[in-house]
Each structure stands twice: as structure tokens, then as C-alpha cells.
Design a protein around this ligand. Structure first.
Ligand SMILES: Cc1cc2nc3c(=O)[nH]c(=O)nc-3n(C[C@H](O)[C@H](O)[C@H](O)COP(=O)(O)OP(=O)(O)OC[C@H]3O[C@@H](n4cnc5c(N)ncnc54)[C@H](O)[C@@H]3O)c2cc1C
Length: 187
């Protein structure tokens, strides 16, 4: 049983995984490498002068892996939520976790297959989004959503920031108190 499974390894998902793993949570990312970010070129990401999508994704993955997050090439088909947690069913495997964050970008297929409430998207070219509350919770217990699929504006820094925000909320719920991740300059 993992603490947190993240579905999707784009900016939203990998950012969520980075925060989760750094908080000491047993974290796994299931991703099928079909995201839109690998086609993007960024000159509007605060703190980074310019960067290509593939490089941004590779650095984000490396950061999350540094703290112990595992990345697996998997296509998720369905999620089943029970009293003890959530089962994530892929095309060939099953994974269980206490909490799941869906960060599948422009695709809401997993939500539709899993009885998770969706609604029409409001951002350009985003047809369907998952209906989440201000914390990122869906209507299904222990299932959260982040980034484009949660209706956020489709920009790298915004989706990455939202992934981090939802992860902080999930970590706080697991810990039973609000969590903050602040490192200090050494020396
Ligand atoms: C051509 C282009 C140019 C862009 N230029 C900019 C720019 O200049 N500045 C800017 O801020 N933004 C730009 N963007 C937008 C930016 O890339 C996105 O807003 C943002 O990266 C989306 O992040 P995300 O994590 O929500 O989704 P994604 O990056 O799409 O990640 C979703 C991930 O979920 C995975 N996934 C989906 N379904 C499943 C499943 N069933 N099982 C397993 N994995 C699954 C996908 O493989 C993917 O890796 C651009 C986008 C495009 C397409």
C-alpha cells in the first residue's frame, strides 16, 4: 500500500509527487507519456529564463525521484475507492494507496470510467474537467485532482503550482495537521 499515487507525470503530477515524496510519503507516479507539455517551449515560467517541455519534465521527474518517488510507465484505466483506500487499475497491474491524485492533463477518461464527477471545461480546448472543491477533492473519497484536468488555467507554472497545492492538502490530511515544506539557506 502506497501513501499517495499520482496519475500523470506532467508539471501538475510530478510537482505533486515531488512535494509528497519530500514529505516522506511513499509515492508512485503512473504515467503513459502522452502529455501535451513535451511539445511546449516556456519563456513565462517564473525563475527559469527559458526551457523546453521535455527538459522541464525530465528535471521534475529527477527532483521527485531524488526524494524517493517511483515512476512507472502505465496507462491507468480505472480507480476504485474503498474504506481502506483506493485501488488504481492499469492495463496490466493494480496499485493501492491511501490517497490518489489525478493529474491527467487534457484527458478525463479515468475519471469518467471511475464514477468521478466531471463537468464541461472552461479553458480553451479543454472539453471536460473533474469537479473539485477548493482543496482539490473530488466527489469520491481519497481521490483528488490537480492541474489542467482539475480546471486550472493551462500554463506550466499554474499547473505545477496547483499540483504542489493539492499535494500539500493531501499530506496535511494524512498527517492530521497543516503541513508546510520550508528549507533554509545553510550557513
Ligand atoms: C504546443 C504547446 C505549447 C505550450 N506553451 C506553453 C507556454 O509557452 N507556457 C506555458 O505556461 N504553458 C504552455 N503550454 C501549456 C502547458 O504545457 C500545460 O498547461 C501544462 O504543462 C499542463 O500540465 P498538466 O500536468 O496538467 O498536463 P500534461 O503535461 O498534459 O500531463 C498529463 C500527464 O498525464 C498522463 N496521462 C493522461 N492520462 C493517463 C492515463 N490514463 N494513465 C497514465 N497517464 C496518463 C499523460 O501521459 C501526461 O504525461 C503549452 C502547451 C502546448 C501543447
Amino acid at each position: 500500500m502506497h501513501d499517495i499515487i499520482v496519475i500523470g507525470g506532467g508539471p501538475a503530477g510530478a510537482s505533486a509527487a515531488l512535494l509528497a515524496a519530500k514529505a516522506g510519503k511513499k509515492t508512485v507516479v503512473l504515467d503513459n507519456d502522452k502529455g501535451v507539455t513535451k511539445r511546449a517551449w516556456f519563456e513565462n515560467f517564473y525563475g527559469i529564463e527559458e526551457i523546453g517541455g521535455p527538459e522541464l519534465i525530465a528535471i521534475g521527474k529527477k527532483q521527485a525521484e531524488k526524494f524517493g518517488a517511483g515512476f512507472f510507465n502505465e496507462t491507468v484505466v480505472k480507480i476504485e475507492s474503498g474504506e481502506d483506500g483506493v485501488t488504481v487499475i492499469t492495463e496490466g497491474n493494480q496499485y493501492t494507496a491511501k490517497e490518489v491524485i489525478i493529474a491527467t492533463g487534457m484527458l478525463a477518461t479515468v475519471a469518467n470510467e471511475s464514477g468521478i464527477q466531471t463537468k464541461p471545461g472552461t479553458e480553451p480546448r479543454v472539453k471536460t474537467i473533474i469537479d473539485v472543491d477548493a482543496e482539490g477533492k473530488t466527489n469520491v473519497p481519497h481521490v483528488w485532482a490537480a492541474g489542467t484536468v482539475a480546471g486550472e488555467s493551462m500554463h506550466g507554472i499554474i499547473t505545477a503550482g496547483h499540483g504542489a497545492k493539492v499535494a500539500i492538502n493531501v499530506i496535511s490530511e494524512l498527517n492530521g495537521e497543516r503541513y508546510v515544506d520550508h528549507d533554509m539557506l545553510k550557513g
